[in-house]
Design a protein around this ligand. Sequence first.
Ligand code: RAT
Ligand code: ZN
Length: 465
Amino acid sequence: MVPAGRHGGFILGKDLRQREKRWSSVRLMAPTSVKSPARKNVSSAASARRMKSEQILSEVHDVLESTQVIDIHTHLFSPAFGKIGLWGIDELLTYHYLESEFFRSSDTTPEEYWKLSKTQRAEAIWQALFVENSPISESTRGVVAVLKAFGLPTDASGLREARRFFAAQSIDSHIRKVFQIAGMSDAVMTNDPLDPDERAVWMAGGQNHPQFHAVLRLDRILWGWSGHWEQLASEGYAVDERATGKSIAEVRRFLADWHNRMQPLYMAVSLPDTFVFPDERSLTSELLSDAVLPSCHEFGLPMSLMIGVRRQVNPRLRLAGDAVGKADLRSIENLCRDFPDNRFLVSVLSRENQHELAVYSRKFNNLMPFGCWWFLNNPSIVEEITKERIELLGTSFIPQHSDARVLEQVIYKWHNTRRTLAPILANAYHLLLADGAEITRQKIQRDVSRLFRGNFEKWTRLHSG
Ligand code: RAT
Ligand code: ZN
């Protein structure tokens, strides 16, 4: 396993040695004094200089490494949320991506597993996936990369030492260090106003960490109305089970209140593969078109749709029990056409939907495809999707989000993203050079900045003043 430097990034030849050197000096520093590795001081003349073919890959690599990313969708929380924010080795090991792999390599049944404490679960997963087997899957490799990034052993003794290390960290400086290693400036959270633990934090004043940003997540309203309308009613909103009468106006009042409270960058929902829009018989469709999209428009917020999850195909696995299904993307076509003044951030879970999503993005400039989500976040599939998007959309898309649930995951997820992106982008510039264009570092920097930050900044009020 190669070491993960500050920005991760792929490692080639002598670069590997330089980065190992650079990284080991980072490790030796106290957590609060971790510095970014020295950036190459590139003069504007050098930056504007035409590049030869053989320089392209290392320049692309360098630009990817030194450009801070905005992570537009995570399940991370700022320190104000206390225990809701997950971090440390036991949380990394019990990530639901690893839990589903655990049941393939252990005779422990899910029922037995859920009876264990968090510590015991982490130990069982460590033993099955890291000691008795080689951790070669994407999610298990990620844990190894995180250990390595903190200079911790990755062999069988690793768990004990990692526990000691994480127990000694204090959350604020640890967050700063993790963001720095991951090459990330900002994390966008997922905030559910109907989650009782979260609600309590928002009602008590919320959060104001400059690097964490809120998102108003609406699954319980848009997809789970029958199970949650009473909660709105109990909070004083005049809604009913069929969303009749004043309900739509009251949902808009609820959204306005939460917009005030959270100042979210966008509203969001995750939808199953069966999602259809418009659909006269569906409350989801009605609430989306009559309440949520008008509110997004009123507040100037994009709406994020994550489509294609098949919830709980195996409920015994709990959070790990969801799967994927191909969706009918004509719903996206209908939304983008019928709501031309709304903006849609869209990620689809099925590999089979990716090409269609890119084609629809050519038709509607109010559609921004983003990320390679969940089961797609593997190098082979990220590579395929990203090439397809570059070929069809140039730099007008958001290549990735981490979906991290545990703080340190951003280290390996962004490391892997940079490593996968480097040869893909370099290849695009090689083709462009061969076709007659001039390639300069300036141009590469402009493009990477747009992919990693600019497309999102332009669609939201993040850093826009
Ligand atoms: O990737 C995941 O962790 C999933 O469980 C989901 O949380 C998904 O990303 C979502 O936001 O619904
Ligand atoms: Zn997510």
